[in-house]
Ligand binder design. Structure first.
Ligand code: C2O
Ligand code: CU
Ligand code: CU
Length: 413
């Protein structure tokens, strides 16, 4: 199932989802579907959209991965009441990449997302277009989730402070999906839109990482496995050129032993396109070194540095335009997918508490907005807020942790 493009004149509406997915009050989506309609826009354009809350409870529209002014960011403080609408307008000031939108109301993000609320927001630019990456029928855009149902389709959401996981996979709103792809190089653009589950993607077909949260990475990296936590994106090429037509290939999740997607490979005219040697020039952030300016310890299920989220409290202020070094550390309750609003960061290292350095993962190169902090691990990043002043959020993207308070406000000034 390929997501449908949001038409220029259409509003984006939070709605009960289409009855085809699950005929029940609990199923949510956007414009009657889950995932919601796909938004595609070019760098330097203006994004303008009326967003409406068609639910009977408060929600908000957060543009995950997009650098936008505070009042457009869909933060819990600015949630929309049931029935209300507002106009969103912001310029696209960042490079090409796969971003997404989802709800962010205080204390209810996990349940609303679980019930089906997520949509893709793709930015294009000249740098990426020049590479001529596989597109059309050779490109899949996928949101991975998991679900738990009662009977055939009734979604059940239990409040589990450790993170709510389902017992079967759902890709683009479909349980155990299948698709057909040409025996060519294909592009899989993947979002982990699950509440709490970490996916370990494997396949018998060769996989090559070309991008992530912040767009293209420097050069292609072949991988045997990609580990993705909630909120992260990965851009993969899958080489189906040597798969015999008629054969089936899976995109699997090693940790859950699931086949996330079954791919029927069919014969097609070969193309002359091959994997480029270089993808992008990434400007490395530079920092004087020394101790990190800030350390954030993610504790149990509900705290960062001994504080639970309070909407009115601002935890710290960062200076606009200055490169800072931040350290994310996990106490108990890990793994924690750590997400920052308002800027992208670069991962420069980290450690396990046993003293071993953290591994350098191909899918973590370049620009990120979410990083998986595993048990007993620290992750060091460099970050620079150079776009807007205002209030932004730092939080764990395991949505139950976020809802329970593993989140804080900071300001850029
Ligand atoms: Cu995808 Cu603050 O979240
Ligand atoms: Cu976000
Ligand atoms: Cu967490």
């Amino acid at each position: 199932p390929r997501p449908v493009l949001l038409a220029a004149g259409d509003e984006l509406v939070a709605t009960p989802a289409h009855p085809a997915f699950a005929p029940q009050a609990e199923a949510y989506g956007y414009n009657g579907s889950t995932p919601g309609p796909l938004i595609r826009i070019r760098k330097d354009e203006m994004f303008r959209k009326v967003v409406r809350n068609g639910l009977t409870e408060e929600t908000s529209f957060h543009w995950h991965g997009l650098t936008v002014p505070t009042l457009m960011d869909g933060q819990p403080q600015d949630a929309l009441a049931a029935g209300a609408s507002t106009e969103i307008a912001f310029p696209i000031i960042q490079r090409a990449g796969l971003n997404w939108y989802h709800p962010h109301p205080h204390g209810h993000t996990g349940r609303q997302a679980w019930n089906g609320m997520a949509g893709f927001f793709i930015i294009e630019d000249d740098e990426e277009n020049a590479l001529n990456l596989p597109s059309g029928e050779d490109e899949l855009i996928l949101v991975l989730r998991d679900a738990k149902v009662q009977g055939l389709t009734r979604l059940i959401y239990e409040l589990n402070p450790d993170g709510h996981e389902g017992d079967f996979p759902v890709v683009n709103g479909v349980a155990w999906p299948r698709t057909t792809l040409n025996n060519r190089l294909v592009r899989l653009r993947i979002l982990n839109g699950a509440n709490a589950r970490v996916f370990q993607l494997t396949s018998k077909a060769p996989m090559i990482v070309i991008g992530n949260d912040g767009g293209l990475i420097d050069k292609p990296h072949p991988v045997d496995m990609v580990e993705m936590s909630p909120g992260e994106r990965v851009d993969l090429l899958m080489d189906l050129r040597r798969v015999p037509p008629g054969a089936r290939v899976g995109l699997n999740c090693a940790s859950a032993e699931w086949k996330l997607l079954e791919i029927n490979v069919v014969a097609a005219e070969p193309t002359s396109w091959d994997i480029p040697e270089r993808l992008s020039e990434i400007e490395p952030l530079v920092h004087g070194g020394g101790e990190p300016e800030r350390t954030f310890v993610f504790q149990e299920t509900d705290r960062i540095n001994d504080e639970r989220f309070d909407m009115k409290t601002i935890a710290f202020a960062v200076e606009q335009g200055k490169v800072e070094r931040w350290r994310f550390a996990s106490a108990r309750g890990a793994p924690h997918p750590v997400h920052v609003h308002g800027a992208h960061f670069q991962i420069i290292g980290g450690q396990h508490t046993n003293g071993n350095p953290r591994r350098d993962y191909a899918w973590e190169r370049g620009w990120k907005d979410t990083v998986l902090v595993r048990t007993h691990e620290t992750v060091d990043v460099l970050i620079r807020f150079d776009s807007y002043e205002g209030r932004y959020l730092l939080h764990c993207h395991k949505l139950e942790h976020e809802d329970h308070g593993m989140m804080l406000n900071f300001v850029v000034a």
